[in-house]
Design a protein around this ligand. Structure first.
Ligand code: SF4
Ligand code: SF4
Length: 472
């Protein structure tokens, strides 16, 4: 039985409910009156249920898709302005005992080089990331209780936060590690992590079990209920995601929204972020072996529908996607992107050719962080290195109340400009610096609150004088 508040995976992600939802969506995909009502509801910016959003996903009328895109763009502007938050992944270890069939780090892959960063390696990698200008990392590690126990992850987090190189500092460490116990989540919380990210991969239980034939990850319920344990352990910013291409996208989309509804219903706060990765080529993985791949058009529609269905949830897109695809989906609701990423262990300190051999997936967007920042500015976006909320303790429902109060423009916007200014002063190329400074000049005028605007001007001036780390 479907029960949004249940603690059991198979009840809050209920297969029958998804099947009925998809049938309902199919039956109504040409029902203009219903579709218009749903779009009108989305205009209220309070989100949509998985059933309502699934009807819009099934609808193939081009004019309705255009309306959805326009609304997604408007909601993106209202909630996130033209800011895009930057981050980079940091792979700690590719030792893994799981058997995920779509990932080259699966335990049975005997020819991929296994690596685990020592604390000295981390200092080198993080220094390289700081020298690029990054302030926000997402750490990644395979599941291996011998090689990557929780103590190792905690030690790495401590090391990362302790590194200070020139004006560099990692101010927020998000963590993407395997589902674990409440006790371990509590330890991660104490280590002051930002968001705990765990991709569901697929919400379809039968497929999930086939795609994860061996290892602890095989346990669908333990994996699916991980976010509840994380929240019980005190982590109130959690990041969801599915790997599009493994199962039918409509099924995954309904499951993803049901998961968000469940977190909101039980814990009073929905997911902090949703990531939208698509399956990619890597070492012994051929994406054509998975026959549920989605086109760029469907991908864009999914992004737009996530934006209007969960307006307060950040949306993340990685360098798995090409520059072209990223350009297409940025206005539809993406709020965070990675730049200059390496997806192998130790990748920031080795030449690119070597890095290619042990990546978790092929990176489509290979530009440097400076090139990505330059490109964003030229497209009219403000690349932001902001980590203020986390550092001010504005997580979970405190973060949500900031969003809902409409004050985000007085907070995120100046923070974006100040952190961009830091980046331009410390790391940017000459061209990026020139266009960036002009952008800051122009955008300072768009801070609605006069007092905040005045203070932001002063802070920006102080950054030019060498001071760092201001925030609202
Ligand atoms: S997806 Fe994660 S758990 Fe699965 S094999 Fe890869 S690293 Fe291991
Ligand atoms: S102020 Fe908070 S919500 Fe806004 S960009 Fe910074 S960290 Fe994100």
């Amino acid at each position: 039985m479907y029960n949004v508040k249940s603690q059991k995976a198979e009840e809050f992600i209920n297969h029958e409910e998804i099947v009925e939802t998809l049938a309902y969506a199919d039956a109504n995909k040409d029902n203009i009156a219903l579709i218009d009502t749903i779009i009108e509801k989305a205009r209220l910016r309070k989100g949509l249920s998985h059933r309502e959003a699934s009807v819009l996903l099934a609808c193939e009328m081009p004019e309705k898709t255009e309306e959805i895109y326009a609304l997604a763009e408007q909601i993106k502007k209202d909630f996130y302005g033209n800011r895009i938050v930057m981050f980079a992944p940091l792979y700690l270890s590719n030792y893994c005992i799981n058997g995920c069939v779509y990932c080259p780090y699966h335990g049975k892959n005997k020819h991929i080089a296994r690596k685990k960063l020592t604390q000295e390696d981390i200092v080198r990698e993080v220094t390289a990331l700081q020298d690029m200008g990054h302030k926000r990392l997402a750490i990644e590690a395979g599941e291996d209780p011998v090689n990557n126990p929780i103590e190792y992850i905690l030690e790495c987090i401590k090391t990362i936060y302790s590194i200070r190189h020139k004006n560099g500092a990692i101010r927020r460490v998000n963590v993407n590690i395997a589902a674990t116990s409440v006790e371990n989540y509590r330890k991660l919380k104490e280590a002051e992590i930002g968001t705990y990210i765990l991709f569901q991969e697929t919400y379809h239980k039968e497929s999930y079990e086939k795609l994860h034939p061996t290892g602890p990850k095989h346990d669908y319920a333990y994996h699916t209920e991980a976010m509840d344990r994380a929240m019980e352990g005190g982590i109130d910013d959690v990041g969801l995601g599915v790997l599009f291409g493994l199962e039918l996208y409509r099924y995954e989309f309904a499951g993803l929204l049901m998961h968000a509804e469940h977190l909101e219903a039980v814990h009073g706060v929905g997911p902090h972020t949703i990531s939208v990765p698509r399956i990619k080529h890597a070492d012994d993985i051929d994406p054509s072996a998975f026959d549920n791949s989605i086109s760029d058009e469907i991908f864009a529609k999914l992004c737009a529908l996530i934006r209007i269905s969960v307006p307060y949830t950040g949306m993340i897109i990685s360098t798995r996607e090409s520059k072209e695809v990223r350009e297409k989906v940025l206005p539809l609701g993406v709020s965070q992107i990675s730049g200059g990423s390496r997806t192998s262990v130790g990748g920031y300190c080795v030449p690119e050719e070597e890095d290619d051999k042990s990546e978790q997936f092929d990176v489509s967007d290979r530009r440097s962080l400076d090139e990505v920042v330059n490109w964003l500015i030229k497209l009219g976006y403000i690349p932001s290195f902001c980590t203020a909320c986390y550092r001010e303790g504005r997580t979970g429902d405190r973060f949500m109340s900031l969003c809902k109060s409409g004050q985000i423009q007085n907070c995120c916007h100046p923070n974006a400009l100040m952190t961009l200014k830091e980046y331009l002063e410390d790391y940017a190329s000459q061209d990026t610096k020139e266009i960036g400074l002009k952008l800051i000049e122009k955008e300072l005028n768009n801070i609605p609150n006069e007092k905040v605007k005045k203070t932001a001007y002063e802070y920006i001036h102080d950054i030019a004088e060498g001071k760092r780390d201001f925030r609202f």
